[in-house]
Design a binder for this molecule. Sequence first.
Ligand code: IMP
Ligand code: MG
Length: 187
Amino acid sequence: MHRDDQLKEILSPETIQARVKELGEEISRDYMGRSLVVIAILKGAFIFTADLSRHIKNPLQIDFVRLASYGSQTESLGKVSITKDIELDIKDRDVLVVEDLVDTGYTLKYLKELLELHSPASVKICCLIDKKERRQVPIDVDYIGFDIPRGFLVGYGLDFDEQYRNLPGIYHLNPGYEPKGFIPSDR
Ligand code: IMP
Ligand code: MG
């Protein structure tokens, strides 16, 4: 625990749960009569995926990827690589990528291009939080939980230095202080 960190709640556990349920219902309607492969991006999306998947009525399989990105502490170079690949066969399958937060967009752009190489029937993206204003590369996000323009966020899977993932709500870490181009540990 960072003793000096201050956390300001911006999304309560109840608010998150209500929105996750809505997203699950929307996804269930959109994929009616079809099965899907849900691909969660580790580590940040593990809690969101666990909750979201329980609100999706369709038959589904779940897989995980882990990505790493390179850059300095102050500047993202947008260089992403995969450190844990999918294990399921996604050829001709409808794929739903679940991400905690889209920031610059480099992570999802890289992953989407990588998944397309397996010739899936479709690839859609669902993210809990969108920081649209910070986008460096265009990326279509099909399902968005919340738009949150600024601040560094922790909780509900999101970490700072591997801390705070277990918090049930989402919080601004040290509000007012925004790490410039901070590169988190688990992209
Ligand atoms: P990007 O879209 O490639 O810039 O990277 C998005 C990834 O950076 C997400 O998967 C998060 O893990 C991480 N990230 C970006 N902003 C935050 C934040 O405010 N809190 C925690 N992680 C973040
Ligand atoms: Mg992440």
